[in-house]
Write a protein that binds this ligand. Structure first.
Ligand code: F6P
Length: 354
């Protein structure tokens, strides 16, 4: 197909590298295929409301190093509003969109897959700092988040050492421990706690005691925002103690996480007597300039998405497999989250604990 009109949207939490994808799609579409491009503002919200953004070569030339997304984003679910799919179809037709490139994580791509089943021509591009999307080895944004968290751990270590403290560093990842595991290994954390493996607080404290008795009087504990202590009672107590002021749930049903780090630091101090502090990295992990790795991966995904559109590979997602960019069915990406590599967690991170 030549001379298409390609729509673009970025949905869900923002992620370093989104602008690199947008740039690659627009430049490839215009300069290689003589296509037109149109952006939709705020993810699915813009498609539902017909809120379009001009996207041409001049607009995207210099955005590869910018964090965030020039299209802006939201967690709007087109299946969560009345007549959502019909509105999407009507607005795509109104704006002459031949194919929609949806850049997002499991929620955005889940909606894209369902829309594809109703006849919408869609290509998916995987993004999330959490790295929990199936059918691709890695998502762009993850490398940047790990770099930021690792640098934070390095900085926390020197102040922890100066004061003989335990510092709990809470990282993002929702229900996936990828960021915690990678940054914890890279930063040489004393302990790493992830959502996939409920932790025993007594054991965490014992490991810290052994470490401190052996002459290390400071420790960094990396905890994923979705990590929880084992046992329903503890879990309830932790949830109560850590729930954010508004127990907000987004349109895809995700509760806002965060706060386990504060509870953990207080418990460690109470049980061990070691002075403890917490640092919650939060959205610092998502903001700012992407690493070179993420820029390159995002660019490769963007170029491949335009090729997929011209090949008529609707309902597919571009993905990274063994270093190559491939196309996979969207269905494979959205069925289930990508599990944490438990070998990495137990045999690498676990072996070096303490
Ligand atoms: O999915 C990416 C992510 O950053 C998660 O790690 C985190 O739980 C969530 O988004 C935070 O979302 P929000 O920006 O809506 O608070």
């Amino acid at each position: 197909m030549g001379g298409m009109r390609i729509g673009l949207l970025t949905g869900g939490g923002d992620c370093p590298g989104l602008n690199a994808v947008i740039r690659a799609v627009v430049l490839t579409a215009h300069l290689v295929h003589h296509d037109e491009t149109v952006g939709f503002a705020d993810g699915w919200r813009g498609v539902l409301d017909g809120d379009v953004v001009d996207l041409d070569v001049d607009r995207v030339r210099d955005i590869i190093s910018q964090g965030g997304t020039i299209l802006h984003t939201s967690r709007t679910n087109p299946f969560g509003v009345e007549d959502g799919p019909a509105k999407v179809a009507a607005n795509l037709a109104k704006h002459g969109v031949d194919v929609l490139v949806a850049i997002g994580g499991e929620d955005t791509l889940g909606a894209a897959f369902k829309l594809h089943e109703t006849g919408v021509r869609v290509i998916g591009v995987p993004k999330t700092i959490d790295n929990d999307l199936s059918a691709t080895e890695v998502t762009f944004g993850f490398d940047t988040a790990v770099e930021i968290a690792t640098e934070a751990i390095d900085r926390l270590r020197t102040t922890a050492e100066s004061h003989h403290r335990v510092i709990v560093c809470e990282v993002m990842g929702r229900h996936a421990g990828w960021i915690a595991t990678y940054a914890g290994i890279a930063g040489g954390a004393a302990d790493i706690l992830v959502p996939e493996e409920p932790f025993d607080l007594a054991e965490v404290c014992d490991r810290l005691r052994i470490r401190h008795r052996s002459g290390c009087f400071s420790s960094i504990v990396v905890v994923s925002e979705g990590a929880m202590p084992a046992g329903a009672e503890d879990l309830e107590a932790a949830r109560r103690a850590t729930s954010s002021p508004s127990a907000a749930v987004d349109q895809f049903g995700h509760a806002r996480l965060g706060g386990i780090g504060g509870w953990l630091a207080a418990e460690i101090e109470r049980r061990t007597g070691y002075e403890s502090r917490v640092t919650i990295l939060g959205h610092i992990q998502r903001g700012g300039t992407p690493t070179a790795f993420d820029r390159v991966l995002a660019t490769r995904f963007g170029v491949a998405a335009v090729s997929a559109a011209h090949a008529g590979a609707f309902g597919s997602m571009v993905a990274l497999h063994c270093g190559e960019i491939v196309r996979v069915p969207l269905a494979d990406a959205v069925g289930a989250s990508k599990r944490l590599d438990l070998h990495l967690y137990h045999d690498v991170a676990g072996a070096l604990r303490g």
